[in-house]
Design a protein around this ligand. Structure first.
Ligand code: MN3
Length: 202
């Protein structure tokens, strides 16, 4: 059985950018539901249960047909949110400092241009989904995924992500998605992103 981990910080740690109630519902209800339904899908597949959820998402074509949609949706939701909690938290207004900064400047010209592309993509996403900064082979790029699809299923290595399901922001921001995206820059954990980038480059 996969278990839901506690948040790596308190529920109110991201205030005022993400409110405590949103974090409680998002983690304890939504994320828990993905976890439960993912476990349910794997109930009769002890071999698959032993594997890391990320491995299953990287190899969706190997998953038995009768559970592949459930693994994609609920396994995706489980893994995406594990990623998301850890890429939030530590406030670093100036953005990344090390090798990731250099690579962002190389790819997007400068940090502000990167924020613009990521933000525009997040604003434009239609329906529910995510926007990511990923390492695609040797290059950084901004991409979106629909629903709970994981970039891992497309061979991409995630560095940063924003959850654009309404459950991630609606209590505080209602229809003002742009304000939520703006707030995100105050709580993006660039130290973690640097670590992920360094790891992904290996
Ligand atoms: Mn969510």
């Amino acid at each position: 059985m996969h278990k839901l981990k506690n948040l790596p910080y308190s529920y109110n740690a991201l205030e005022p950018y993400i409110d405590e109630e949103t974090m409680r519902i998002h983690h304890d209800k939504h994320h828990q539901a993905y976890c439960d339904k993912f476990n349910l899908a794997l109930e009769n597949y002890p071999e698959l249960r032993k594997k890391e959820p990320e491995e299953l998402l990287k190899n969706l074509d190997m998953i038995p047909k009768e559970i592949s949609v459930a693994v994609k949706n609920h396994g995706g939701g489980f893994v995406n949110h594990n990623f998301f909690w850890n890429i939030l938290g530590k406030r670093s207004e100036s953005g990344p400092k090390g090798v990731l900064r250099e690579e962002i400047e190389k790819t997007f010209k400068n940090f502000e241009k990167f924020k613009e592309e990521f933000g525009n993509s997040a604003l434009a996403l239609f329906g529910s989904g995510w926007v990511w900064l990923v390492l695609d082979g040797k290059n950084l790029k901004v991409m979106e995924t629909k629903n709970q699809d994981s970039p891992l299923s497309l061979g991409q290595k995630p560095i940063l992500a924003i959850d654009l399901w309404e459950h991630a922001y609606y209590l505080k921001y209602q229809n003002r998605r742009a304000d939520y995206i703006q707030a995100f820059w105050n709580i993006a954990n660039w130290e973690r992103a640097e670590e992920l980038f360094t790891e992904a480059k290996k």
